[in-house]
Write a protein that binds this ligand. Structure first.
Ligand SMILES: Cc1cc2nc3c(=O)[nH]c(=O)nc-3n(C[C@H](O)[C@H](O)[C@H](O)COP(=O)(O)OP(=O)(O)OC[C@H]3O[C@@H](n4cnc5c(N)ncnc54)[C@H](O)[C@@H]3O)c2cc1C
Length: 496
C-alpha cells in the first residue's frame, strides 16, 4: 500500500459495499451509464488515473491535453458539489487501481470501456490485474447511445454487428432512450485518500485551456439545438457557417453524454410546432449522432480495424507510404484551396469542418494514393477530439475499404467541391491568407471551379502554390489500380 494511503480515513458504513469509479473519457456525473452501474454496487469513490499511455497520447496533441485538463477541473468541481473529492493519481492503471481500491476498502472498480484496439487491450489488461488481486472489475458501455451488445444483425453472427450504416440507423432508432436521465442517482464519497494535483496544460506544452466541462458542453448543446439545428440540413454542409454543433470534443471526452444529445434532439423532433424542414434538419443531426455510434460499434466488433481494412478483400491493397506532395498535404500547401483551407483550419483551431475533412482525406488517399493510416495519424497530432475509433472508421470509409463499401470509392473533386460548398470563397479566404484578397465574384467562375488548369492563373499568386497534382489524371489512375486489384482479389477468392 502507498504510504499516502496507509491510514484510510473513512471505513465503509456497516453493510455498505464500496466501489471505486474510474473516470476515463466520461468526465461528467450526469446521464452516466458507468456511474449508474457503480451506484448500483454501493457507495462510490471517484478516481481519475493519468496512466503513461494516456499521458503519452495527450502529449501528442497539446490542444487535446488542454481540453482534458479543463474537463477534469470541471469534473473535480462537480464532484465537490456532490460532497466528495475526485482523487487524481498518476501511474500504471492496473497497479494504481489496485492500490486505491484496497486503501478505500472497495470491493472492485467500475469504468466505461474504450473502443479502439489499444483501449480494448488496456481494458483487458487492467481487468486481469484487478481480478488477480481479488477485486471485481466492471466494464460498462457509456460512450455510445446504444450498446453494441444490444444492436446486432438478425441474420449474421452475433459478434459481427452491422457493416452498413443504413440498416444500422434504422435498427438504432428503435432502441433510443426516451424520458428523462434515469442514470444519475447515487452516492459519491470522500474516503480521505490523498490526491495528486490535477494535470495542467503546461505539462503537455499548451499555454491555455479552453473552457470545457459538463456545464459548457450542455450550454453548447442547447444553444445549438435551439438556434442552429433547425437549419442543420443545409448549414452543416457549408464550412464558412457555424452550422454544426462543434460537440465532437465534448462527446469524445464525455463532458456530455451522447444520450443527452439524442434525448434533447428527440424532444424537439416531437414538438408539434416544429416546421417540417426544421424537423428534417433535426433528423439529420440525429443521423450524425448515429454515425458516431456506428463507428464505435464497428471498432468494438472488429478491433483489428485499427490497422486493417474492415473489408477483408482490401487488406493487401498497396497504399503508398509516401508521395512527393505528401509534405504539401500535411502543411496545407497542395494548391487546392479547399484542401489547404481545411488543413490550415485544423492547425489553427484543432478542428476541421466535417465536409472538408472528407475532401482533404479523399485527396490524400486518391490523388496522392497515400495510406489512410498515415493521414489519420497526422491529423491526430492536431485534433482536440479524442476518438481514435471514430477517426479510424471515417478514414476507412473515405478510403473505400471500411463500412458501406461500394464498387468504387467516392473520389471527391476538390475544385468542384470548393465551388459547391464554398461558392463565395469565404471559408478559403478565412484560412488561406495568400488568397484572402481574391475578390468574392471570382470564386464563382464556373470554368475555374471545374477545371483546375483554367483555375491556375486565377488562383496563381506568387505565395500560393500551383496544384501539386492533376486531379483528373490522378483519380483515373487510382481507379484503374483499384479496379485491377479488386477484380484480382475477387478472382483469388473465387478460386479458393
Ligand atoms: C476523414 C475524417 C476523419 C474524422 N476524424 C474524426 C475524429 O478523429 N474524431 C471524431 O470524433 N470525429 C471524426 N470525424 C467525424 C466528424 O467529422 C467530427 O466528429 C466533427 O468534428 C464533427 O463536428 P461537429 O461536432 O460540429 O459535428 P455535427 O455535424 O454537429 O455532428 C454531431 C456529432 O455527431 C458525430 N458525428 C458527426 N459526423 C460523424 C462521423 N462522420 N463519424 C462519426 N461521428 C460523427 C460527432 O460526435 C459530432 O460531434 C472524422 C470525419 C472524417 C471524414
Amino acid at each position: 500500500m502507498d504510504e499516502r494511503d496507509a491510514a484510510m480515513a473513512v471505513p465503509p458504513a456497516p453493510h455498505a459495499e464500496r466501489v471505486v469509479y474510474r473516470f476515463t473519457r466520461d468526465l461528467r456525473l450526469a446521464d452516466h451509464a458507468g456511474l449508474a452501474a457503480a451506484y448500483a454496487q454501493g457507495e462510490v469513490v471517484p478516481l481519475f488515473v493519468l496512466d503513461p499511455a494516456m499521458a503519452q497520447r495527450m502529449g501528442r496533441s497539446p490542444r487535446r491535453a488542454a481540453f482534458l485538463c479543463s474537463a477534469l477541473a470541471g469534473l473535480a468541481s462537480e464532484v465537490e458539489r456532490h460532497g466528495a473529492r475526485l482523487i487524481v493519481r498518476r501511474g500504471a492503471a492496473g497497479a494504481t487501481l489496485r492500490q486505491v481500491a484496497r486503501a478505500a476498502g472497495a470491493r472492485g472498480v467500475v469504468w466505461s470501456c474504450g473502443y479502439d484496439r489499444s483501449e480494448r487491450l488496456s481494458d483487458d489488461r487492467v481487468r486481469g490485474d484487478l481480478e488477480e488481486a481479488g477485486l471485481r472489475a466492471t466494464l460498462v458501455h457509456d460512450a455510445p447511445v446504444v450498446s453494441p451488445d444490444d444492436l446486432v444483425t438478425a441474420r449474421e453472427d452475433r459478434s459481427e454487428g452491422f457493416r452498413a450504416f443504413a440498416p444500422f440507423f434504422e435498427a438504432w432508432q428503435r432502441l433510443l432512450p426516451t424520458g428523462r436521465d434515469p442514470l444519475s442517482a447515487g452516492r459519491l464519497i470522500d474516503v480521505g485518500l490523498q490526491s495528486e494535483a490535477l494535470p495542467q496544460p503546461s505539462e503537455f506544452g499548451s499555454a491555455e485551456a479552453p473552457p470545457a466541462g459538463r456545464a459548457t458542453a450542455h450550454t453548447r448543446l442547447i444553444a445549438f439545438l435551439d438556434a442552429a439545428a433547425p437549419a442543420y440540413g443545409i448549414a452543416s454542409r457549408v464550412p464558412s457557417e457555424n452550422g454544426t454543433s462543434r460537440l465532437s470534443a465534448d462527446l469524445s471526452f464525455g463532458t456530455i453524454a451522447a444520450r443527452t444529445a439524442v434525448r434533447e434532439t428527440l424532444r424537439r423532433i416531437d414538438d408539434p410546432f416544429m416546421l417540417a424542414e426544421e424537423r428534417s434538419s433535426l433528423r439529420a443531426f440525429l443521423r450524425s449522432l448515429a454515425l458516431r455510434d456506428f463507428f464505435l460499434h464497428v471498432a468494438w466488433h472488429h478491433p483489428r480495424t485499427h490497422d486493417e481494412p474492415l473489408q477483408e478483400k482490401m487488406r493487401e491493397f498497396a497504399w503508398a507510404r509516401t508521395h512527393p506532395a505528401l509534405d504539401a498535404w500535411r502543411a496545407g500547401r497542395t494548391g487546392f484551396p479547399l484542401v489547404d483551407a481545411g488543413i490550415r483550419q485544423l492547425h489553427a483551431t484543432g478542428w476541421m469542418h466535417p465536409r472538408v475533412r472528407a475532401v482533404a482525406a479523399s485527396f490524400l488517399c486518391f490523388d496522392l494514393g497515400v495510406d489512410w493510416r498515415l493521414g489519420r495519424d497526422e491529423w491526430d497530432r492536431y485534433l482536440t477530439e479524442d476518438d481514435p475509433a471514430i477517426a479510424t472508421g471515417n478514414w476507412q470509409w473515405i478510403a473505400g475499404i471500411g463500412a458501406d463499401m461500394a464498387q468504387f470509392p467516392r473520389i471527391y473533386n476538390p475544385q468542384r467541391q470548393r465551388a459547391r460548398i464554398d461558392p463565395g470563397g469565404a471559408y478559403v479566404r478565412r484560412y488561406v491568407s495568400e488568397l484572402a484578397h481574391v475578390p468574392v465574384g471570382t470564386w464563382d467562375d464556373r470554368s475555374a471551379s471545374r477545371q483546375p488548369q483554367l483555375a491556375l492563373p486565377l488562383f496563381g499568386d506568387a505565395a500560393y502554390p500551383r496544384p501539386v497534382v492533376d486531379h483528373e489524371a490522378a483519380a483515373r489512375a487510382f481507379i484503374a489500380r483499384y479496379r485491377a486489384f479488386s477484380s484480382s482479389a475477387d478472382a483469388r477468392r473465387a478460386s479458393r
